[in-house]
Design a protein around this ligand. Structure first.
Ligand SMILES: [Fe+2]
Ligand SMILES: [Fe+2]
Length: 253
């Protein structure tokens, strides 16, 4: 069965987004369950919805089982024109945001551009969560923060499992002594703050703002170091084709 939701009311975090214009609702959600229709039908519907997007807008694709070959289809048919962001990966629902980029078909991606975009996406979610909390919408704050935490944990995972090993191999910086050692240590600090905030953001009496301040201190500088040092060095070491292939691997995680 296919359910298509039109309009801008599909995201549970939307009422908080009026105060955070960077955080956009999906233009459309395509939700599938049950047996697949004629092979290729879902992919065709998704591409059709994607092609109607303006740059900066996104659709959501939702499934009741892990989709096979969907990302590869987008990578083949709309190469360079989209960001692919898993927002839920089981056990009952798999959902992905597919965001339209302002790019020609076939454009090669760089690590710096793709991962800096994800930093900005996560910053917008974090800001919207605390905007909801400031307005007394505590449950909503927790929902939005959960989306932020999911995205940041995944971001850290693809850096540690895919990006940093590639950086270490191609630049010759050891994992135990170079920039990625510092980045991995900072990830532990970030994850500690993340756990503490997520556990208490819905509690009106919690002193979550001091932990948020601590997170901003470490995460702000961490992202700057990645965007100014680690990502550009990775792009230079890999070359344009290699960097593009690495972005594709990261999307697939
Ligand atoms: Fe990082
Ligand atoms: Fe990062």
């Amino acid at each position: 069965m296919t359910v298509v939701m039109w309009g801008k009311a599909a995201h549970p975090a939307q009422s908080a987004m009026q105060e955070a214009p960077i955080l956009k609702s999906p233009i459309k959600t395509l939700s599938w369950s049950g047996p697949t229709e004629t092979p290729g039908t879902r992919e065709m519907m998704a591409l059709f919805a994607f092609d109607s997007l303006e740059p900066g807008d996104h659709i959501v694709l939702a499934f009741d089982a892990a989709p096979r070959g969907f990302l590869a289809h987008f990578q083949a048919e709309r190469k360079g024109q989209f960001d692919w962001t898993p927002v839920r990966q089981g056990p009952e629902t798999w959902a992905f945001e597919v965001s339209r980029r302002k790019a020609e078909r076939g454009e090669l991606r760089t690590v710096n551009e793709a991962l800096s975009w994800d930093h900005d996406r996560l910053d917008a979610l974090e800001g919207a969560a605390f905007e909801a909390r400031a307005q007394g919408r505590f449950t909503e704050a927790a929902v939005i923060y959960a989306a932020f935490a999911y995205g940041l944990r995944r971001h850290i995972r693809f850096e540690e499992e895919i990006l940093f090993p590639e950086f270490e191999e191609k630049t010759g910086h050891a994992a135990t002594a170079g920039p990625t050692m510092v980045m991995r240590d900072e990830h532990r600090e970030i994850l500690d703050c993340l756990d503490r905030i997520q556990a208490s953001i819905a509690d009106p009496a919690s002193g979550v703002d001091s932990v948020r301040h601590a997170l901003h201190l470490v995460l702000g500088n961490h992202n700057l170091k990645e965007e100014n040092i680690v990502y550009p060095m990775t792009d230079r070491a890999l070359g344009v084709e290699g960097a593009d292939a690495l972005v594709a691997r990261i999307q697939a995680l």
